[in-house]
Design a binder for this molecule. Structure first.
Ligand code: FAD
Length: 325
């Protein structure tokens, strides 16, 4: 059967959820072959095998911790040559998009970024069929496009929360991949790492539930009501640009056109009007709940459930209710 190469995103061997979603999509196109690199790569094998990887290629060379992107690109190139896949799937992180773009250039292939779904084509990789159809949400979510790569082996980056995580055990074990590394002089060296402050909350782009606050929250201190609800639900915290520009919450939590794109199961927009640039980052959420004191706020046009009220009253009541269940 045709093989689909999947680049694994993991932290010291703990596989991130978007990679498991990629395996679900990859199984629609063929047999997933996972590539894990860097410290802990070998430890990913069990999880990847449980979610459908028929092979797990690993390389733990120290260069992965020393340079940005290029060693991973070298590993992906070597895996591409070894496997001969019908498609390559990469998580749509900043690093993933750069690695994917460079791989497409190296292999002379077409690239499609930020897919929200993938449908199988009728290609077995021999060049006479048609590759997968890639679905994207474009122009701030105003249009859905369906396209396919017409040259080379498609390289596709996929946004988090685009597919369910499914178990499909295979019994695959880690296999060492021989990587041909390029000259490190061409790569950016990592000089320092600043560990992210641990909030204990899930990563915004990957979270199943996001509670976001906007200008209606009123101040940095008042974001405590957003955080309290987020903690009661095991959610990540998001913010509108108005809240971020006011200095109430860090830019790394901004949702929207110039922030992060999220697509959780549940998105709670509190004190957010629903400007097009905010919608661009959240309107593919499965269920949207809006809390706003203005019944005419545009966010209600998009919301599945709406509460007209003051968030400073509604959110603490909701949090209290959840915490006492
Ligand atoms: P407002 O539009 O001011 O809305 C506040 C809402 O809170 C109102 O609806 C009000 O009724 C409600 N409210 C007030 N008090 C309460 C209360 N006590 N309880 C309940 N409700 C209350 N925006 C983004 O969010 N993300 C982006 O990435 C982004 N990128 C942009 C890029 C460009 C190029 C441009 C031009 C704009 C961008 N914006 C972005 C800004 C966007 O246009 C809006 O200005 C912004 O989203 C508004 O944020 P807001 O909804 O929090 O504030």
């Amino acid at each position: 059967m045709a093989e689909v190469l999947v680049l694994v995103d993991h932290e010291g061997g703990a596989v991130r959820k978007p990679t498991l979603e990629l395996l679900t999509l990859a199984r629609r196109l063929g047999d997933p072959v996972a590539l894990a690199t860097g410290p802990g790569a070998r430890a990913t094998a069990g999880t990847l095998a449980r979610h459908g990887a028929v092979r797990v290629l690993v390389c733990e060379d120290e260069r992965f911790g020393q340079y940005l992107v290029v060693p991973e690109l070298d590993a992906l190139t070597s895996a591409h040559e070894a496997v001969g896949p019908v498609a390559v799937l990469v998580p749509s992180s900043g690093e993933g998009r750069e690695t994917a773009a460079r791989l497409a250039l190296r292999t002379g292939s077409g690239l499609i970024t930020d897919a929200v779904d993938i449908e199988p084509g009728n290609s077995d990789g021999d060049g006479d069929g048609e590759g997968p159809v890639v679905v994207q949400s474009v122009f701030a979510g105003s249009f859905t496009t369906r396209s396919r790569v017409t040259r080379g082996i498609p390289v596709i980056t996929v946004k988090p929360n685009s597919a369910p995580v499914e178990e499909a055990p295979t019994g695959a074990v880690a296999e060492d991949l021989a990587v041909v590394f390029s000259d490190p002089a061409t790569a950016a060296r990592i000089t320092e790492r600043a560990p992210r402050a641990a909030s204990g909350r899930p990563e915004l782009a990957e979270a199943a539930i996001v509670v976001s606050g906007g200008r209606g929250v009123g101040s940095a201190d008042s974001f405590a009501v957003i955080e309290a609800l987020a903690d009661a639900l095991g959610a990540a915290v998001g913010a509108s640009r108005a809240a971020v520009d006011s200095g109430w919450y860090p830019h790394s939590h901004q949702v929207g056109q110039t922030g992060k794109s999220v697509s959780p199961q549940l998105y709670i927009a509190s004190g957010i009007s629903g400007a097009i640039q905010h919608r661009a980052g959240m309107q593919t959420s499965k269920t949207i709940v809006a809390v706003n004191k203005d019944p005419e706020a545009p966010i209600f046009d998009l919301a599945d459930y709406g509460v007209v009220g003051d968030l400073h009253t509604v959110l603490p009541q909701l949090t209290d209710d959840i915490n006492h269940r």
